[in-house]
Design a protein around this ligand. Sequence first.
Ligand code: NAD
Length: 484
Amino acid sequence: MNEFHATVEGVDVDTRHWIGGERVASATTFDSVSPIDESVIARVSAGTEAEVNAAVAAARAAFPAWAAMPVEERSAILRRVADLVDERVEQLAVVETRDNGSLLRSHRRGVMPRVAMNFRYFADYAQEQLAHPDMEVRDHRERITYDPAGVVAIITPWNAPLMLATWRIGPALASGNTVVVKPPEWAPLTASLLADIMHDAGVPAGVFNVVQGTGAQAGAPLTAHPGINRLCFTGSVPTAGVIAAAAAPNIVPLSFELGGKSPLVVFDDADLDLAVDIAVEQFDNAGQVCLKGSRLIVEQSIADEFTRRVVDKASTLVQGDPRDEATDVSALIHRRHFDTTAGFVERAIADGAQPILGGGPNGDLGGLFFAPTILTGATPGSEILTEEVFGPVLTLETFETEEQAVDLANNTRFGLAATLVTGDPVRAERVSNSLDAGTVWVNCFFVRDLGAPFGGNGKSGIGREGGIWSFDFYTNVKNSVFSP
Ligand code: NAD
């Protein structure tokens, strides 16, 4: 390992920035620390305003040619990117697992194939949908064109770094923009592997740029840069506020995907096997999932049986090294996040909540392993019921009427997702209509087509992406009206 390269799980990772089609080093580095054992696995270039300026300049220079390229050609290049992601799933998966601690089996089978899909889907969409812009209105023709906006800045978090970045990069590039990405400093490495893929796929220099670094040193100058035309941020609410203020003077359109405190509502007519499975699924990625249904809201008449079965099933989850195929729950990302999670649980218990599962660090494993935890009896309105924990911590509340269930579910400043489990299709319609969330899952969880809108209400975000909603954001939509 040196300041330019690291070998991670046998994969060579160039840890410098990727600017204008070249590797660029900074004078200083920051450490990438693996959550698995808290060891330093790479030293990564620490970008500052100078590197951000260079990356935005490279993206601006590359923009006219990329935007003017026929959509068929652009899409063909992006399909090559998708093919290379597919070919390199194993490398991407092992590096991401070492870097952010998420399960290797999930990266292999779900996350990295989805990364490829993020390119393939939007490449196809751009070619098939955006190429047919005419709309007949009454007796004249209106032609709607989706002109690329320019340079898109993309800032992403560590919980699914490559998937979340490419969910923005795919449509941004497919619609003819160039991009500058600032990856998360707690999991920066797969962005660097993506730069290799872009190069090998023939993406022209400057179309895709990566500036590594911390939020304060690299993220902040990017968000305030007058040369960006769109700003995509996925992360926490407090950071979103800082970013919105930094971007405001430049009047840059924002797309924010932020935190959640989503409810999982279970009615007494539910298929209990399904409800229990969905509840236990909330411990995936050690609960570090924005969409997680962290508030279990259960009808009183089935609460005892439901609770017993959830606790029984969750007790069988295997916690340990995420590289092991048998592992179900891994470690938290970072010592600081571990302490934050532990603090939430300690304060909730001091305030009267009772752990019916877990309740603290996994003492057998030590390190950053926090035991899957379920708390009951939390004080209404208390921190544990209202703030996002972003760890393997669920709360359990009960209700007696449908109205109470909806009130409890909507009692949040977030509005990212909600899940309900019921055997009554009429109730399913009624309750899903009443839930205040960008995505409502009924008798399912975590499934979604990339053509559907995705985003959050309230403090969970600004805007929607997916399908046409992505292109709406990444382009200047123009209507040219032709006289009859
Ligand atoms: P975070 O807000 O701390 O950091 C996110 C990114 O912002 C990082 O790359 C960081 O370096 C950068 N950043 C920090 N300060 C900045 C600044 N002043 N200017 C510019 N950039 C700055 O969030 P996190 O802890 O990395 O991620 C967890 C959060 O992300 C949770 O709230 C989670 O719910 C949310 N999230 C939301 C979605 C979604 O789709 N809605 C998906 C995943 C995660």
